[in-house]
Design a protein around this ligand. Structure first.
Ligand code: ADP
Ligand code: ZN
Ligand code: ZN
Length: 726
């Protein structure tokens, strides 16, 4: 349970009491009295507490930071949201003394001269009882929804004592999920390949805690998960089903609701805090959800009977929390959670993370492979188009090389749908002055501003801090009017598409079109119902979508994916291209994928063309070993931030010298990150790459020591820092 303790004059601190003891009382310490006990029943169970302690240590943050992430704000006394209010509704029932046929007849007769009242009373009788024996109640709002029923008439009936109104507490989280779980109902018939995979998974779990299900896109991994989840429910266990971004998985959520009915609870950051409080409390109660499907934060929920953790699309980078602390990876943390809770883990992906696949090849994880699509539909056919050559031959129109244009026209003529992938949003990447080569940058961040257009108005916006300003008509540096744009984003693609494929209905899916609540669902379901023909989008269109009429997927420019300065950039590019391709031709007919690139010779093009994960993996794992990157080393990035550049830099240099004494080979020089200033804060980093065999406690101690020594210096007292693990 949580207690508050006064420290200093004004501050109250919250702490969780995990154990009571009289053993270790130290008389030299002046203990403070506990001011309040906030809970009447425990707020967390032992598994959670152990998990949180592990997390704080592994991800190098405080247990308080874990608590902050784990407990919904409505349950925290130190936040402005504290004071969770239950949701209530007003319900109507027939008054006690009228709850039989004769009395009701009398009541109705007495209303002969007031037909509206009589009608409403009849209506209520009709809705709340069948044969005058059992009397039920009904939601007031539901009654008043019918047009003929007025609130005034209802109030008169209440005044006359025929009916009563009362307030009742209702759940925010169970309302829309009343479908009963029925073992026999929503049957799952696994195909032969699926059944074999299912059997192998169960067999592997006899000897391994973690199994990787490597199944090509559309191999039907969801059905296998469903069968395994049902098994766990039927033996009274609980399941944690992690998905990358719940907002992007409406199709999967609907499927799961159908199969699991009232057993399914959903949890993610898009929920209101009240909803999160209710899910959290329900999981602590005697009647918890058996299955929680959620984004990464769902790993913090209480589960007393956890038997299985599924991590769908385990390679997804959105499992990594960037900000604030704890900066954890939910897949890795979930594996630890399962170990503490004595549960099994199933990781699923068509393009497993290199680290995960490595663990499978060395036997740490079990491995199950599905190479067939469900229904034996062929994997999509991949065509690589050379942008350089098309441009040389003038065979292009805007971002569309002629072979792609032809293919799109052909696809639309067949009444099939098209997905176009472009990795950037906005109109262009940035604008440049032709005379002085200057690009307008954000006043707060070290990045170029991105041109956008809304309802005909052009403006420049910063993708890091949200700053925006009108589009300049001349260069702010030299006054020249020769401003050109470089690169293109989804908005421009939309304009060009509308121009080139006149008459096609075009929709766009990116951060800008999905700001409003539910906008994302609308765009997806519209496209699923074929209310649009072409869907343009950023990486959002690559995520787990299952449309049956998409015959063509095109990547307009694969090159921007290949040049990110990150040791994972090849991996990310391969995963993205393979996942985007996986949206084509998922049912019945084989689909086509067209990839436009300047780098036709890049090995990645061959891997994607052949859907050859293993070649990708073998190449990448050798590279990682040669260049000493994970999984062969542990990587720590220590980030220093300050509003003065020199202070951040000098602090980092100071710490670097200490670290280099202990880890001379493993410590990098101080470097600026790609974006070195965000919202007027300067960033400097040091990277440590340390052999896996080195004890992690020792490494952490040294890092902490270096940071402490640095921030103990007077000039660095205000420097902030954090550590990114793995
Ligand atoms: P994955 O997650 O592996 O990409 P899905 O689980 O989305 O693949 O399955 C692809 C398609 O095949 C979906 O439309 C799904 O409904 C269908 N499907 C898969 N397995 C079965 C099955 N056993 N019975 C009926 N339909 C299935
Ligand atoms: Zn200029
Ligand atoms: Zn900015």
């Amino acid at each position: 349970m949580r207690v508050t303790v006064p420290l200093g004059l004004k501050k109250n601190y919250t702490a969780i009491v995990s154990e009571l003891t009289e053993k270790d009382i130290n008389n030299d310490i002046q203990y403070k009295e506990i001011k309040d006990i906030l809970d009447t029943t425990p707020i967390a169970n032992n598994t959670q507490l152990r998990f949180w302690q592990w997390m704080a240590e592994y991800y190098m943050c405080s247990e308080g930071e874990i608590y902050r992430a784990a407990i919904p704000a409505g349950l925290k006394p130190d936040t402005k949201h504290y004071g969770y209010k239950p949701k209530t509704e007003i319900r109507i029932r027939i008054a006690q003394q009228y709850q039989n046929e004769q009395e009701l007849q009398k009541a109705l007769n007495s209303l002969k001269k007031a037909p509206a009242q009589q009608q409403l009373l009849l209506n209520i009788i009709y809705l709340t009882t069948q044969d005058y024996k059992q009397f039920d109640d009904i939601k007031r709002a539901q009654l008043l929804n019918a047009r003929q029923n007025s609130a005034t008439t209802l109030n008169t009936l209440i005044e006359k004592g025929f009916i009563v109104a009362f307030e009742q507490q209702v759940s925010r989280i169970e309302n829309n999920n009343t479908k009963k779980y029925d073992e026999s109902k929503e049957n799952i018939n696994l195909s032969e390949h699926q059944q074999a995979a299912y059997d192998t998974i169960n067999k592997l779990w006899q000897t391994k805690n973690v199994v990787l299900l490597h199944g090509v896109t559309s191999s039907g991994k969801t059905e296998i998960y469903s069968q395994i989840i049902k098994d766990v429910i039927n033996s009274d266990g609980q399941v944690l089903f992690l998905v990358p971004e719940i907002a992007l998985t409406t199709q999967l959520t609907e499927r799961m609701k159908k199969i699991l009915g009232e057993n399914l609870g959903i949890y993610h950051s898009g929920f209101s805090d009240e909803e999160r409080v209710e899910v959290y409390r329900k999981q602590l109660s005697d009647n918890p959800f058996k299955v929680i499907m959620g984004a990464r934060s769902a790993i913090f929920l209480p589960m007393t009977q956890l038997k299985l953790v599924i991590v769908d699309e385990e390679h997804e980078s959105s499992y990594k929390q960037q900000n604030p602390a704890p900066r954890y990876h939910a897949r890795n943390a979930a594996i630890m959670l399962a170990q503490i809770a004595n549960a099994k883990v199933l990781l699923g992906s068509a393009t497993p993370a290199v680290e995960t696949y490595y663990n499978a090849t060395i036997g740490k994880y079990g491995l199950v492979t599905l190479t067939h699509r469900y229904g034996d539909v062929q994997m999509p056919d991949i065509e690589i188009i050379d942008i350089k050559e098309c441009r040389r031959k003038k065979m292009y129109d805007g971002p569309f090389m002629d072979p792609l244009t032809d293919k799109i026209k052909h696809t639309l003529n067949e009444n099939k749908q098209v997905i176009l992938f472009q990795n950037r949003r906005g109109l262009a990447h940035y604008i440049t002055c032709e005379d002085c080569a200057v690009s307008p940058t954000c006043p707060n961040c070290e990045v170029s501003l991105t041109p956008h257009i809304i309802r005909g108005n052009k403006f420049l916006s910063c993708h890091y801090c949200g700053y925006s300003t009108g589009m300049p008509d001349k260069c702010p540096e030299c006054g020249s009017i020769k401003l050109t744009t470089t690169g293109i984003g989804t908005e421009k693609v939309q304009q060009e598409t509308q121009k080139l494929f006149n008459g096609a209905r075009v929709a766009r899916l990116d951060t800008d079109t999905t700001r409003r609540k539910n906008a994302h669902q609308h765009i997806i379901s519209d496209f699923a119902q074929h209310n649009s023909d072409i869907l343009i989008g950023t990486q959002m269109v690559s995520k787990g979508l299952d449309f049956n009429n998409v015959a063509l997927v095109a990547v307009l420019n694969a090159d921007s994916l290949l040049t990110l300065p990150d040791f994972r950039s090849t991996e990310r590019a391969y995963q993205l291209l393979e996942q985007v391709s996986g949206r084509a031709g998922r049912r019945q007919q084989q689909g086509t994928v067209i990839i436009q690139t300047y780098n036709t010779q890049h090995p990645i093009m061959q891997w994607v063309k052949e859907h050859d994960y293993l070649s990708f993996y073998n190449y990448t794992i050798k590279e990682r070993q040669l260049l000493r990157y994970p999984p062969f080393v542990r990587m720590y990035t220590i980030v220093f931030k300050h509003k003065e550049k020199d202070i951040a830099l000098h602090a980092a240099q100071y710490a670097q010298q200490i670290l280099a004494k202990y880890f001379p080979q493993e410590t990098s020089n101080v470097t600026e990150p790609l974006v070195s200033r965000i919202m007027n804060i300067y960033y400097q980093t040091i990277v440590l790459r340390i052999d896996n065999k080195v004890n992690i406690h020792q490494t952490r101690q040294i890092i902490n020591y270096a940071i402490q020594q640095t921030t103990a210096q007077n000039m660095f007292k205000t420097v902030q820092f954090y550590v990114e693990i793995d």
